[in-house]
Design a protein around this ligand. Structure first.
Ligand code: ADE
Length: 249
């Protein structure tokens, strides 16, 4: 998969993309990230990318022309298909979730536009981008961190990026529940023991404990996720356990 990132700060991406699973994914040529400096698509001496808002108000607005020219140049290079997503990163977008990551993972090429300042001229949303995404209900200084979040979450889902032992199938959210607690050696650390069940070797009992702990965590930290599970995703035993939890609290 090829990501094109349009940003005023391409240098922000280097160290993050150069380490860990993203470095591995790029080495294996499963993922490539092309950084495009929006200023390279300006034509004035000051390489101007922003201007005052019509109608007044605080801050500056990103001009449409450099963004249109950047996307058109990338398309003309043949590295971004006509129907590939062009995604604006903005707090006004739809919320990024694991399901959205999965949806994006089926594309060969994606362009990510990182906004800055007060925002981006609306004609970009109306006539250039095909989608707009927010990574959460908070405001960042720009879309760069959001682009990195999306690149990482999508890349992890591509075949050949994670080893089979670290398969994303059991990740929090893939199952609709938060992941259960996990432990490693030593068995006792500062008087705190690993739960005995995990040392028992009883695979069915361990799976049952893990399922309950997933349910407990989800119930305590993200009850909204339980509400959005569809019929059939919770067993009779799950429902019984959740009733016990609600009676305790
Ligand atoms: N730019 C600024 N805040 C953002 C957010 N929450 N998500 C995506 N892009 C952003």
């Amino acid at each position: 998969m090829r990501f094109h990132v349009l940003t005023l700060f391409p240098a922000m991406f280097g160290s993050y993309l150069g380490e860990g699973i993203l470095a591995r994914a790029q080495d294996r040529e499963v993922v490539s990230v092309n950084l495009h400096d929006i200023r390279d698509y300006t034509h004035d001496r000051h390489r101007t990318v922003d201007d005052y808002p019509y109608g007044g108000g605080p801050g500056m607005v990103m001009k449409p022309a450099p963004l249109f020219e950047a996307v058109e140049a990338i398309r003309a290079s043949g590295e971004l298909g006509e129907s590939s997503p062009v995604i604006m990163l903005t707090p006004q977008g739809r919320t990024f979730t694991q399901a959205v990551a999965e949806e994006l993972s089926y594309h060969d090429e994606i362009a990510l536009i990182c906004g800055r300042y007060e925002g981006v001229d609306e004609r970009v949303a109306l006539h250039l981008s095909t989608d707009s995404i927010s990574i959460g209900d908070y405001v960042l200084g720009g879309g760069e961190l959001a682009a990195m979040v999306i690149i990482e979450a999508v890349s992890r889902l591509l075949p050949g990026v994670m080893g089979s032992a670290e398969s994303p199938a059991n990740d929090s959210f893939t199952t609709g529940l938060l992941q259960h607690p996990i432990y490693t050696r030593p068995e006792t650390f500062r008087d705190w023991d690993v739960p005995e069940i995990l040392l028992s070797g009883h695979h069915a009992e361990i799976a049952r404990w893990q399922r309950r702990e997933s349910l407990r965590r989800t119930y305590l930290n993200r009850p909204d996720l339980l509400d959005s599970l569809t019929e059939g995703e919770l067993t009779e035993e799950d429902l019984r356990f959740l009733r016990e939890l609600s009676e305790l609290s």
